[in-house]
Ligand binder design. Structure first.
Ligand SMILES: Nc1ncnc2c1ncn2[C@@H]1O[C@H](COP(=O)(O)OP(=O)(O)OP(=O)(O)O)[C@@H](O)[C@H]1O
Ligand SMILES: [Mg+2]
Length: 275
């Protein structure tokens, strides 16, 4: 891992996703400001930053929910700047939560079936929904996912009756069943109780090395163990990049956090105090 400066050392793995000088303006607000970023194959990376730093906007640019005002996005060297979210999914990028539609009045197993076969069979959702869902419940991919994501005990439960932690694990399972190359997780721990966080972290940990993973997360201290690299955003710019400790010690990061957050407002303040 990286020690000391320089902040960014070369990564021998191929670049899978790249942002080149991307800017996103909303009227007078510059939400993302000339960001250059590279994500390497099988890397597990995180985005940290205070409220309004531009994390979600940057995420939306990568996943196609926003088109940049300036700059370009590349996936495996191909310019995807103007592709829709769905087109990016078919290239191998999968985003949890926004793109995964769950069917709350169906069982966990049926949600996994619909997600898997929608991704792999080109069948229309309506057709799967009406005719073929039951046939696929015993598919080994579905059973594998129930075990891997610790959903076996709730496999027959309707999604509407799941706890938030169980639902989050199911959503990650649905995304992973599509076998994406890049998995983008937008605050996977948001709203979870401490007791549920561990379960979600356990399933995320199992994905390491199988996919490229990018996580936006406020509770970054929970994911620091498996993040290889972090970027810290502030006012639309990347102000630090590198290992977790290195980023949190960075003078500009400390300054931006001290200015914006009070200890009550942000878990990370405690971590900053420690250094
Ligand atoms: N759709 C939008 N229209 C107008 N302004 C927006 C829009 N989306 C984001 N912004 C503005 O862009 C800036 C960055 O917001 P963004 O949501 O990307 O920050 P964030 O880092 O995700 O913050 P948080 O941690 O609070 O989720 C903010 O000033 C925000 O008000
Ligand atoms: Mg956000």
């Amino acid at each position: 891992m990286r020690k000391g400066s320089p902040i960014v050392s070369p990564d021998p793995r191929p670049v899978i996703l790249r942002a080149e000088g991307v800017t996103k303006r909303f009227g007078p607000v510059v939400a993302v400001d000339r960001v250059n970023y590279q994500l390497h194959q099988h890397e597990v990376a995180g985005i940290l930053g205070s409220n309004g730093a531009g994390k979600t906007s940057f995420f939306n640019l990568l996943t196609g929910y926003h088109i940049p005002s300036e700059g370009k996005i590349f996936y495996k060297g191909k310019d995807i700047t103007n592709l829709t979210p769905q087109q990016r999914v078919s290239l191998g990028m999968m985003r949890t939560f926004q793109l995964t539609s769950t069917f709350d009045n169906l069982s966990v197993t049926d949600n996994l079936v619909l997600s898997f076969f929608r991704a792999h069979q080109n069948a229309s959702l309506l057709n799967l929904f009406i005719n073929t869902r039951k046939r696929y419940r015993d598919d080994e991919n579905i059973h594998g996912a129930l075990d891997q994501f610790d959903l076996r005990a709730v496999s027959d439960r309707l999604v509407t009756h799941l706890s938030l932690g169980e639902k989050r694990r199911m959503e990650i399972a649905m995304a992973v069943l599509a076998k994406p190359e890049v998995l983008l997780l937008d605050e996977p721990l948001a709203g979870l109780a401490e007791s549920e966080i561990k379960g979600v972290l356990d399933v995320l940990r199992k994905q390491i090395g199988k996919q490229t993973i990018l996580i936006v997360e406020h509770k970054i201290s929970h994911v620091k163990d498996f993040l290889e690299r972090l970027i810290v955003m502030h006012e639309g710019r990347i102000i630090a990049e590198g290992g977790y400790e290195e980023c949190l010690r960075h003078p500009e990061v400390r300054k931006s956090y001290w200015q914006i957050n009070t200890p009550e407002e942000d878990d990370e303040q405690d971590i900053l105090h420690d250094h």
